[in-house]
Design a protein around this ligand. Structure first.
Ligand code: 4NP
Length: 161
């Protein structure tokens, strides 16, 4: 529970250029709407795209929905993330397993699957849109927005500020 502490949330996918930047953007927007002073970031379990901006298709779908994610840069998740963030959410099961495999013994972050936060969508993965067409990115946006809204609401209810 929050007890007035500031939450910090990390969203993790594989490359940190398609899905988790959208989750970060959607969550930042929702937190701001609710007046929640939360820190948000995203990372990838893979490091191939470190330093890169989000995929142009992610930038475009966010922009169509009024959110600017163009300033984000990809990075690989680190062991320190498990101690510095209060919550870490994986976009799919493979990345959740990857996170569990590298979690240090003194990890303090709550670790979970992103869509477990969205009522009726528990256990589902946010599908990787990287190799698909533009429509896949609309599906990604819909999924991450559902989870972001549920998460922001939950953090407010739990007393995180
Ligand atoms: P993401 O999508 O995990 O949602 O960022 C991917 C981006 C790049 C690659 C795979 C997935 N890749 O293999 O380069």
């Amino acid at each position: 529970m929050g007890d007035g502490v500031k939450a910090s949330v990390l969203f993790v996918c594989l490359g940190n250029i398609c899905r988790s930047p959208l989750a970060e953007g959607a969550f930042r927007a929702e937190a701001q709407r609710l007046g929640l002073e939360v820190m948000a970031d995203s990372a990838g379990t893979g490091g191939w795209h470190a330093g890169d901006p989000p995929d142009p298709r992610s930038v475009a779908v966010a922009r169509r929905n009024g959110v600017d994610i163009s300033g984000q840069r990809a990075r690989k998740v680190s062991k320190d993330d498990f101690r510095t963030f209060t919550h870490i959410y994986a976009l799919d099961h493979d990345n959740l397993e990857g996170l569990q495999a590298i979690a240090p013994r003194d990890a303090t972050a709550e670790l979970g699957l992103l869509l477990d936060l969205a009522p009726g969508h528990e256990g589902r993965a946010v599908a990787d849109p990287y190799y698909g067409d533009d429509a896949g990115f609309d599906v990604t946006w819909r999924d991450v927005t559902m989870a972001a809204k549920a998460l922001a609401r939950r953090l407010v209810e739990e007393g995180w500020r």
